[in-house]
Design a protein around this ligand. Structure first.
Ligand code: UGA
Ligand code: MN
Length: 306
């Protein structure tokens, strides 16, 4: 009797060992989430799976929508490349690229396809009569971006958290800027470098509130701030459906003020960048390229997109 039990035991032993090894490999490959520690003492339903782990906090980061007007010129692809290289490093950023053109260009279409970030590619031409020096630029393109954003969220109550900002294609943006604007509740503001004929312009902050503007140019503007100096929450954009950039009566340099007047007050502004004491964005402008030696007719043996 004893030897029968012993031989059964010997027969089963290898199988038991194999099962233990297999289980061990399996659990080391897919460790259970810390929320459900192994060998928990909740007895009973041994076969029931634990519920799926909660979504990680990153999943609810507000989306940053960047509206970029852009137009065809020799440096366009270089500007867009620089901008995409920045944007690609920012999580949950949706790029709204609006071409100043009657149709989507092949160059920008190809660029967007390879840009490696979520991008909506729109186009609208600036009417010829507005293409004059001294007139505001990119009015129609920014409005097209706003219209797309409003339409997209029209049927989605309640809106997902989001932040909008206007990112011209030639400026320089630090990654820290996106961390700052991400927490915008209504409208946030910060300094802009290399603008207004000074090294920087900035909102003047006292006790956490904007009380004035440090600027060298038209200090009488209600919001003496460049397009690169503010962000607006998606909620505010949706609750002011008529707020747009206006051509009628708008002077250059007044677009920002004319727009912000429609959605907020100076008292309401949220100062970012350490109470507006840090420059995180620069109003850089690209030099016009010298194409003096460019041949009139195509001379090269290949056609190259630049
Ligand atoms: C300043 C402000 O920073 C801009 O936000 C403002 O739109 C502009 O003045 C203005 O005068 O309206 P600035 O550097 O002088 O900027 O302007 P650009 O960088 O030449 O243009 C602003 C944006 O509009 C750029 O993204 C540019 O690609 C785009 N743009 C410009 C067009 O889409 N079409 C044009 O014909 C010109
Ligand atoms: Mn510019």
């Amino acid at each position: 009797m004893k030897s029968l039990l012993f031989s059964r035991f010997l027969l089963l032993l290898p199988w038991v060992l194999i099962v233990i090894i297999v289980l061990d490999i399996d659990s080391s490959r897919a460790p259970l989430p810390a929320l459900y520690p192994r060998g928990g003492s909740e007895g009973g339903s041994g076969g029931a799976r634990p519920p799926a782990p909660r979504r990680r906090p990153e999943a609810v980061l507000p989306t940053i929508y960047a509206i970029t007007p852009t137009y065809s010129r020799p440096v366009q692809k270089a500007e867009l490349t620089r901008l995409a290289n920045t944007f690609r490093q920012v999580s949950r950023l949706h790029w709204i690229l609006v071409e100043d053109a009657a149709a989507r260009s092949e160059l920008v279409t190809r660029f967007v396809a390879g840009a490696g970030l979520p991008c909506t590619h729109l186009h609208v031409p600036t009417p010829r009569r507005y293409k004059r020096p001294g007139l505001p630029r990119a009015t129609e393109q920014r409005n097209a971006g706003l219209a797309w954003l409003r339409q997209r969220h029209q049927h989605l109550p309640p809106p997902q958290p989001g932040v909008l900002f206007f990112a011209d294609d030639d400026n320089t943006y630090s990654l820290e800027l996106f961390q700052e604007m991400r927490t915008t509740r209504k409208v946030s503001v910060w300094p802009v470098g290399l603008v207004g004929g000074r090294r920087y312009e900035r909102p003047v902050v006292e006790n956490g509130k904007v009380v004035g503007w440090y600027t060298g140019w038209r200090a009488d503007r209600p919001f003496a701030i460049d397009m690169a100096g503010f962000a607006v929450s998606l909620q505010v954009i949706l609750s002011h459906p008529k707020a747009v950039f206006k051509r009628r009566g708008s002077q250059p340099g007044m677009q920002e003020s004319d727009f912000l007047k429609q959605i907020t007050t100076v008292e309401e502004l949220e100062p970012k960048a350490n109470n507006c004491t840090k420059v995180l964005v620069w109003h850089t402008r690209t030099e016009k390229v010298n194409l003096a030696n460019e041949p009139k007719y195509h001379l090269d043996t290949v056609n190259i997109e630049v």
